[in-house]
Design a protein around this ligand. Structure first.
Ligand SMILES: C[S@@+](CC[C@H](N)C(=O)[O-])C[C@H]1O[C@@H](n2cnc3c(N)ncnc32)[C@H](O)[C@@H]1O
Length: 378
Protein backbone atom coordinates (compact mmCIF):
# COMPACT_ATOMS: atom_id res chain seq x y z
CA UNK A 1 0.00 0.00 0.00
CA UNK A 2 2.83 2.30 0.93
CA UNK A 3 4.55 1.81 -2.43
CA UNK A 4 1.21 2.18 -4.27
CA UNK A 5 0.86 5.54 -2.51
CA UNK A 6 4.33 6.49 -3.61
CA UNK A 7 3.56 5.56 -7.21
CA UNK A 8 0.38 7.60 -7.16
CA UNK A 9 2.02 10.61 -5.57
CA UNK A 10 4.82 10.58 -8.12
CA UNK A 11 2.28 10.27 -10.94
CA UNK A 12 0.29 13.20 -9.55
CA UNK A 13 3.49 15.18 -9.33
CA UNK A 14 3.92 14.70 -13.08
CA UNK A 15 0.39 15.93 -13.68
CA UNK A 16 0.83 18.87 -11.37
CA UNK A 17 3.91 19.89 -13.31
CA UNK A 18 1.70 20.61 -16.28
CA UNK A 19 -0.19 23.22 -14.17
CA UNK A 20 -3.37 22.83 -16.16
CA UNK A 21 -6.98 22.82 -15.14
CA UNK A 22 -8.14 19.26 -15.83
CA UNK A 23 -11.68 19.67 -14.41
CA UNK A 24 -13.23 19.57 -17.88
CA UNK A 25 -10.70 17.08 -19.27
CA UNK A 26 -10.74 14.00 -17.05
CA UNK A 27 -9.45 11.89 -19.96
CA UNK A 28 -6.31 14.06 -20.18
CA UNK A 29 -5.93 13.81 -16.43
CA UNK A 30 -5.96 10.01 -16.48
CA UNK A 31 -3.70 9.89 -19.51
CA UNK A 32 -1.18 12.06 -17.68
CA UNK A 33 -1.58 9.83 -14.65
CA UNK A 34 -0.78 6.77 -16.76
CA UNK A 35 2.28 8.50 -18.21
CA UNK A 36 3.34 9.43 -14.69
CA UNK A 37 3.11 5.81 -13.58
CA UNK A 38 5.09 4.65 -16.60
CA UNK A 39 7.72 7.27 -15.87
CA UNK A 40 7.91 6.14 -12.27
CA UNK A 41 8.25 2.45 -13.08
CA UNK A 42 10.54 2.65 -16.07
CA UNK A 43 11.86 6.16 -16.38
CA UNK A 44 14.47 5.50 -19.03
CA UNK A 45 12.26 3.31 -21.21
CA UNK A 46 9.38 5.77 -21.01
CA UNK A 47 11.54 8.77 -21.89
CA UNK A 48 12.90 6.84 -24.84
CA UNK A 49 9.36 5.92 -25.89
CA UNK A 50 7.86 9.41 -25.55
CA UNK A 51 10.77 11.73 -26.24
CA UNK A 52 13.30 9.58 -28.10
CA UNK A 53 15.96 10.41 -25.47
CA UNK A 54 18.58 7.72 -25.38
CA UNK A 55 21.54 9.23 -23.60
CA UNK A 56 20.15 11.29 -20.78
CA UNK A 57 21.98 10.96 -17.46
CA UNK A 58 21.05 7.82 -15.60
CA UNK A 59 21.13 8.21 -11.84
CA UNK A 60 20.84 4.99 -9.93
CA UNK A 61 21.54 4.62 -6.25
CA UNK A 62 23.58 1.54 -5.57
CA UNK A 63 22.54 1.25 -1.94
CA UNK A 64 19.27 -0.41 -2.92
CA UNK A 65 19.64 -4.12 -3.35
CA UNK A 66 18.72 -6.32 -6.24
CA UNK A 67 15.62 -7.68 -4.48
CA UNK A 68 14.10 -4.24 -4.15
CA UNK A 69 14.83 -3.51 -7.78
CA UNK A 70 13.22 -6.76 -8.85
CA UNK A 71 10.12 -5.87 -6.80
CA UNK A 72 9.45 -2.85 -8.94
CA UNK A 73 10.59 -4.74 -12.10
CA UNK A 74 9.22 -3.76 -15.49
CA UNK A 75 12.14 -3.89 -17.92
CA UNK A 76 14.00 -0.69 -17.10
CA UNK A 77 15.38 0.69 -13.86
CA UNK A 78 12.92 1.15 -11.05
CA UNK A 79 13.43 3.98 -8.65
CA UNK A 80 12.55 4.81 -5.10
CA UNK A 81 10.54 8.02 -4.64
CA UNK A 82 13.69 9.85 -3.57
CA UNK A 83 15.54 8.66 -6.66
CA UNK A 84 12.57 9.56 -8.81
CA UNK A 85 12.70 13.09 -7.47
CA UNK A 86 16.43 13.29 -8.20
CA UNK A 87 15.87 12.03 -11.74
CA UNK A 88 13.08 14.41 -12.45
CA UNK A 89 15.04 17.32 -11.04
CA UNK A 90 18.08 16.35 -13.14
CA UNK A 91 16.04 16.21 -16.30
CA UNK A 92 14.05 19.37 -15.69
CA UNK A 93 16.97 21.50 -14.61
CA UNK A 94 19.76 19.72 -16.48
CA UNK A 95 21.54 19.17 -13.21
CA UNK A 96 23.21 16.00 -12.00
CA UNK A 97 23.52 15.62 -8.30
CA UNK A 98 26.78 13.81 -7.60
CA UNK A 99 25.72 11.90 -4.51
CA UNK A 100 28.45 9.66 -3.13
CA UNK A 101 26.48 6.46 -3.70
CA UNK A 102 25.13 7.20 -7.14
CA UNK A 103 26.16 6.20 -10.64
CA UNK A 104 25.72 8.57 -13.58
CA UNK A 105 25.83 7.06 -17.03
CA UNK A 106 25.36 8.76 -20.36
CA UNK A 107 26.21 5.71 -22.47
CA UNK A 108 24.32 3.05 -20.60
CA UNK A 109 23.92 0.56 -23.46
CA UNK A 110 27.59 0.73 -24.48
CA UNK A 111 28.61 0.37 -20.86
CA UNK A 112 26.42 -2.72 -20.38
CA UNK A 113 27.88 -4.23 -23.56
CA UNK A 114 31.36 -4.17 -22.01
CA UNK A 115 30.09 -6.04 -18.97
CA UNK A 116 28.29 -8.60 -21.07
CA UNK A 117 31.57 -9.37 -22.84
CA UNK A 118 33.75 -9.62 -19.73
CA UNK A 119 31.51 -10.78 -16.90
CA UNK A 120 31.59 -14.44 -15.98
CA UNK A 121 27.79 -14.22 -15.83
CA UNK A 122 26.65 -12.74 -19.13
CA UNK A 123 22.98 -13.04 -18.14
CA UNK A 124 23.13 -10.79 -15.12
CA UNK A 125 20.67 -7.93 -14.82
CA UNK A 126 21.58 -4.33 -15.55
CA UNK A 127 20.88 -3.54 -11.90
CA UNK A 128 23.65 -5.89 -10.76
CA UNK A 129 26.07 -4.25 -13.18
CA UNK A 130 25.11 -0.76 -11.99
CA UNK A 131 25.61 -1.88 -8.43
CA UNK A 132 29.14 -3.09 -9.21
CA UNK A 133 29.94 0.20 -10.99
CA UNK A 134 28.76 2.00 -7.86
CA UNK A 135 31.05 -0.14 -5.70
CA UNK A 136 33.98 0.55 -8.04
CA UNK A 137 33.23 4.26 -7.97
CA UNK A 138 33.16 4.36 -4.19
CA UNK A 139 36.41 2.39 -3.85
CA UNK A 140 38.09 4.24 -6.73
CA UNK A 141 37.38 7.65 -5.20
CA UNK A 142 39.20 6.51 -2.07
CA UNK A 143 42.26 5.50 -4.14
CA UNK A 144 42.36 8.77 -6.11
CA UNK A 145 39.39 11.11 -6.56
CA UNK A 146 39.92 11.83 -10.27
CA UNK A 147 37.09 13.68 -12.01
CA UNK A 148 36.46 10.67 -14.25
CA UNK A 149 35.82 8.51 -11.19
CA UNK A 150 33.73 11.06 -9.27
CA UNK A 151 31.54 11.61 -12.32
CA UNK A 152 31.30 7.86 -13.23
CA UNK A 153 32.95 8.56 -16.59
CA UNK A 154 35.50 5.83 -15.86
CA UNK A 155 32.81 3.20 -16.42
CA UNK A 156 31.96 4.39 -19.93
CA UNK A 157 34.01 3.77 -23.08
CA UNK A 158 35.43 6.97 -24.54
CA UNK A 159 38.26 5.86 -26.80
CA UNK A 160 35.84 5.60 -29.74
CA UNK A 161 35.24 9.37 -29.54
CA UNK A 162 38.81 9.88 -30.78
CA UNK A 163 39.20 10.69 -34.50
CA UNK A 164 41.95 8.05 -34.72
CA UNK A 165 39.98 5.15 -33.23
CA UNK A 166 38.44 3.75 -36.39
CA UNK A 167 41.69 3.98 -38.35
CA UNK A 168 43.55 2.12 -35.60
CA UNK A 169 41.03 -0.72 -35.73
CA UNK A 170 41.07 -0.81 -39.54
CA UNK A 171 44.89 -0.85 -39.68
CA UNK A 172 45.00 -3.69 -37.16
CA UNK A 173 42.45 -5.69 -39.15
CA UNK A 174 44.16 -5.14 -42.49
CA UNK A 175 47.62 -6.34 -41.46
CA UNK A 176 48.58 -10.01 -41.85
CA UNK A 177 50.54 -9.88 -38.58
CA UNK A 178 49.48 -9.11 -35.00
CA UNK A 179 49.64 -5.52 -33.84
CA UNK A 180 50.00 -4.44 -30.23
CA UNK A 181 48.61 -1.55 -28.19
CA UNK A 182 49.36 -0.11 -24.76
CA UNK A 183 47.32 2.42 -22.77
CA UNK A 184 49.42 4.55 -20.42
CA UNK A 185 47.36 5.68 -17.41
CA UNK A 186 44.65 3.13 -18.19
CA UNK A 187 42.94 3.30 -14.76
CA UNK A 188 40.44 0.40 -14.55
CA UNK A 189 40.85 -0.48 -18.23
CA UNK A 190 37.49 0.60 -19.67
CA UNK A 191 38.96 1.99 -22.91
CA UNK A 192 41.01 -1.19 -23.37
CA UNK A 193 37.93 -3.34 -22.88
CA UNK A 194 36.10 -1.26 -25.45
CA UNK A 195 38.89 -2.04 -27.94
CA UNK A 196 38.44 -5.76 -27.21
CA UNK A 197 34.67 -5.53 -27.70
CA UNK A 198 35.40 -3.90 -31.07
CA UNK A 199 37.69 -6.76 -32.08
CA UNK A 200 41.20 -6.05 -30.77
CA UNK A 201 42.61 -9.40 -29.52
CA UNK A 202 42.81 -9.33 -25.75
CA UNK A 203 46.32 -10.81 -25.76
CA UNK A 204 47.69 -7.97 -27.90
CA UNK A 205 46.88 -5.12 -25.54
CA UNK A 206 48.29 -3.97 -22.24
CA UNK A 207 47.43 -1.40 -19.60
CA UNK A 208 49.95 0.57 -17.56
CA UNK A 209 49.11 2.74 -14.58
CA UNK A 210 50.87 4.11 -11.51
CA UNK A 211 48.08 2.74 -9.30
CA UNK A 212 47.75 -1.04 -9.40
CA UNK A 213 44.68 -1.02 -7.14
CA UNK A 214 42.74 0.27 -10.14
CA UNK A 215 43.47 -2.99 -11.99
CA UNK A 216 41.85 -5.05 -9.22
CA UNK A 217 38.91 -2.69 -8.89
CA UNK A 218 38.46 -3.00 -12.69
CA UNK A 219 38.54 -6.81 -12.60
CA UNK A 220 35.92 -6.79 -9.84
CA UNK A 221 33.80 -4.21 -11.63
CA UNK A 222 33.78 -6.29 -14.81
CA UNK A 223 33.21 -9.48 -12.78
CA UNK A 224 35.91 -11.23 -14.72
CA UNK A 225 36.25 -15.00 -14.64
CA UNK A 226 39.17 -17.19 -15.67
CA UNK A 227 39.14 -16.30 -19.37
CA UNK A 228 42.33 -14.63 -20.70
CA UNK A 229 42.33 -11.08 -19.49
CA UNK A 230 44.09 -7.90 -20.42
CA UNK A 231 47.63 -7.66 -19.04
CA UNK A 232 48.16 -4.80 -16.60
CA UNK A 233 51.43 -3.54 -15.15
CA UNK A 234 52.10 -0.97 -12.49
CA UNK A 235 54.54 1.74 -13.55
CA UNK A 236 55.14 5.44 -13.03
CA UNK A 237 55.45 7.18 -16.39
CA UNK A 238 57.27 10.10 -14.73
CA UNK A 239 59.86 7.92 -13.05
CA UNK A 240 63.38 8.98 -14.16
CA UNK A 241 64.15 5.23 -14.29
CA UNK A 242 61.11 4.46 -16.49
CA UNK A 243 63.26 3.14 -19.37
CA UNK A 244 65.34 0.82 -17.15
CA UNK A 245 62.35 -0.46 -15.23
CA UNK A 246 60.46 -1.17 -18.45
CA UNK A 247 63.37 -2.27 -20.64
CA UNK A 248 61.37 -5.21 -22.03
CA UNK A 249 58.68 -2.86 -23.30
CA UNK A 250 61.03 -0.67 -25.34
CA UNK A 251 59.69 -0.08 -28.90
CA UNK A 252 57.22 -2.90 -28.32
CA UNK A 253 53.88 -1.36 -29.31
CA UNK A 254 52.39 -0.36 -32.65
CA UNK A 255 49.92 1.91 -30.86
CA UNK A 256 50.63 3.86 -27.68
CA UNK A 257 47.54 5.54 -26.29
CA UNK A 258 46.95 7.80 -23.31
CA UNK A 259 43.78 9.61 -22.27
CA UNK A 260 43.11 12.23 -19.64
CA UNK A 261 46.46 11.87 -17.92
CA UNK A 262 48.75 14.54 -19.40
CA UNK A 263 46.63 17.43 -18.15
CA UNK A 264 47.32 16.30 -14.58
CA UNK A 265 50.94 17.46 -14.85
CA UNK A 266 52.87 20.69 -15.20
CA UNK A 267 54.95 21.13 -18.36
CA UNK A 268 58.03 19.26 -17.04
CA UNK A 269 55.90 16.26 -16.10
CA UNK A 270 54.23 16.27 -19.52
CA UNK A 271 57.64 16.25 -21.24
CA UNK A 272 58.64 13.18 -19.20
CA UNK A 273 55.31 11.47 -19.89
CA UNK A 274 55.64 12.00 -23.66
CA UNK A 275 59.17 10.58 -23.54
CA UNK A 276 57.81 7.47 -21.86
CA UNK A 277 55.21 7.12 -24.62
CA UNK A 278 57.96 7.56 -27.22
CA UNK A 279 60.03 4.88 -25.48
CA UNK A 280 57.18 2.34 -25.73
CA UNK A 281 56.20 2.94 -29.37
CA UNK A 282 57.64 1.00 -32.30
CA UNK A 283 59.48 2.99 -35.01
CA UNK A 284 56.81 4.00 -37.51
CA UNK A 285 54.09 3.38 -34.90
CA UNK A 286 51.39 5.70 -33.63
CA UNK A 287 51.13 7.70 -30.42
CA UNK A 288 47.65 9.06 -29.79
CA UNK A 289 45.62 10.45 -26.97
CA UNK A 290 43.48 13.17 -25.55
CA UNK A 291 43.42 15.51 -22.59
CA UNK A 292 41.97 18.85 -21.59
CA UNK A 293 43.19 21.38 -24.12
CA UNK A 294 42.97 25.06 -24.90
CA UNK A 295 41.25 26.87 -27.71
CA UNK A 296 43.35 29.47 -29.44
CA UNK A 297 42.71 32.97 -28.23
CA UNK A 298 42.70 34.99 -25.04
CA UNK A 299 39.75 33.22 -23.39
CA UNK A 300 41.38 29.84 -23.13
CA UNK A 301 44.76 31.11 -22.03
CA UNK A 302 43.64 32.18 -18.57
CA UNK A 303 43.21 28.51 -17.53
CA UNK A 304 46.75 27.64 -18.41
CA UNK A 305 48.30 28.08 -15.03
CA UNK A 306 45.32 27.70 -12.79
CA UNK A 307 46.46 26.95 -9.25
CA UNK A 308 46.83 23.24 -8.60
CA UNK A 309 46.03 22.21 -12.19
CA UNK A 310 48.27 20.81 -14.89
CA UNK A 311 49.25 22.89 -17.90
CA UNK A 312 46.82 23.01 -20.80
CA UNK A 313 47.99 23.48 -24.39
CA UNK A 314 46.55 24.52 -27.70
CA UNK A 315 46.95 22.04 -30.56
CA UNK A 316 49.92 23.97 -31.96
CA UNK A 317 51.66 24.29 -28.60
CA UNK A 318 51.20 20.60 -27.94
CA UNK A 319 52.97 19.69 -31.18
CA UNK A 320 55.92 21.83 -30.06
CA UNK A 321 55.87 20.03 -26.71
CA UNK A 322 56.11 16.64 -28.45
CA UNK A 323 59.01 17.83 -30.59
CA UNK A 324 60.74 19.22 -27.49
CA UNK A 325 60.23 16.00 -25.55
CA UNK A 326 61.40 13.60 -28.25
CA UNK A 327 63.97 15.52 -30.26
CA UNK A 328 62.15 14.50 -33.45
CA UNK A 329 62.02 17.00 -36.28
CA UNK A 330 58.70 18.38 -37.44
CA UNK A 331 59.22 17.01 -40.96
CA UNK A 332 59.80 13.47 -39.61
CA UNK A 333 56.44 13.10 -37.90
CA UNK A 334 52.81 13.40 -38.94
CA UNK A 335 50.92 15.32 -36.29
CA UNK A 336 47.14 15.48 -36.38
CA UNK A 337 44.86 17.14 -33.88
CA UNK A 338 41.32 18.21 -33.20
CA UNK A 339 39.69 20.25 -30.47
CA UNK A 340 36.28 18.97 -29.39
CA UNK A 341 33.87 20.03 -26.68
CA UNK A 342 34.36 18.10 -23.44
CA UNK A 343 30.86 16.70 -23.62
CA UNK A 344 31.44 13.66 -21.40
CA UNK A 345 31.68 15.79 -18.27
CA UNK A 346 28.55 15.69 -16.10
CA UNK A 347 29.22 19.09 -14.56
CA UNK A 348 30.33 21.85 -16.90
CA UNK A 349 33.49 23.56 -15.69
CA UNK A 350 34.85 26.70 -17.33
CA UNK A 351 38.46 25.42 -17.27
CA UNK A 352 37.51 22.19 -19.01
CA UNK A 353 35.64 23.28 -22.11
CA UNK A 354 37.85 21.53 -24.62
CA UNK A 355 39.41 18.17 -25.21
CA UNK A 356 42.52 18.14 -27.36
CA UNK A 357 42.62 14.95 -29.42
CA UNK A 358 45.96 14.31 -31.09
CA UNK A 359 48.05 11.69 -32.82
CA UNK A 360 51.67 11.42 -33.94
CA UNK A 361 52.97 9.07 -36.63
CA UNK A 362 56.39 8.27 -35.21
CA UNK A 363 59.48 8.40 -37.49
CA UNK A 364 60.71 5.03 -38.84
CA UNK A 365 64.08 5.96 -37.48
CA UNK A 366 63.24 7.08 -34.01
CA UNK A 367 66.86 6.83 -32.85
CA UNK A 368 67.52 10.55 -32.42
CA UNK A 369 64.46 10.85 -30.23
CA UNK A 370 65.17 7.61 -28.39
CA UNK A 371 68.75 8.61 -27.69
CA UNK A 372 67.66 11.96 -26.38
CA UNK A 373 64.96 10.31 -24.31
CA UNK A 374 67.55 8.11 -22.59
CA UNK A 375 69.91 11.05 -22.11
CA UNK A 376 67.17 13.21 -20.70
CA UNK A 377 65.92 10.70 -18.14
CA UNK A 378 69.43 9.87 -16.88
C1 LIG B 1 42.02 10.93 -14.89
S1 LIG B 1 42.47 9.24 -14.91
C2 LIG B 1 42.21 8.80 -16.60
C3 LIG B 1 41.98 7.34 -16.73
C4 LIG B 1 41.63 6.83 -18.14
N1 LIG B 1 42.75 6.91 -19.03
C5 LIG B 1 40.44 7.56 -18.71
O1 LIG B 1 40.58 8.23 -19.74
O2 LIG B 1 39.37 7.47 -18.14
C6 LIG B 1 44.24 9.40 -14.80
C7 LIG B 1 44.93 8.04 -14.69
O3 LIG B 1 46.33 8.24 -14.82
C8 LIG B 1 47.01 7.50 -13.84
N2 LIG B 1 48.30 8.16 -13.57
C9 LIG B 1 48.51 9.33 -12.90
N3 LIG B 1 49.82 9.60 -12.85
C10 LIG B 1 50.45 8.59 -13.51
C11 LIG B 1 51.81 8.30 -13.76
N4 LIG B 1 52.79 9.12 -13.32
N5 LIG B 1 52.12 7.18 -14.44
C12 LIG B 1 51.16 6.35 -14.87
N6 LIG B 1 49.85 6.56 -14.65
C13 LIG B 1 49.49 7.67 -13.97
C14 LIG B 1 46.06 7.54 -12.65
O4 LIG B 1 46.34 6.52 -11.72
C15 LIG B 1 44.72 7.38 -13.34
O5 LIG B 1 44.38 6.05 -13.51
Amino acid sequence: MESAGNVLSAALLCCALLTRDFSRHPDSFFLNCAVGILLYNDLKGSLKRFCGWDNWPCVVETSINDKELALFGGGGFSLTPKQFDTQLFSILFNKVDLEPDSVFLKRLDDTLRLHKKFSKNSNESSAVVIQRIGDARRTGIRVAPHTCIRESIFAEPRIDHHFQHQEVQETRRSRPYRMTLVDLGCCMGTDLRKLVVDGFPVLDIMGLDIENRFFDIGRLMYNEGDTPSIKFKQTDALDPLFCERNARLESKFDFVHSANVLHLFQTEGQLAFIRSMAFLVKPGGLMWGRQVGLANGPDGAKYKHEEGKGTRFTAGEFKELILDATGWREEDIVYRSGLVAYSELRIVKPGKNWVLQWSVRVPFDKTPGARRITELVE
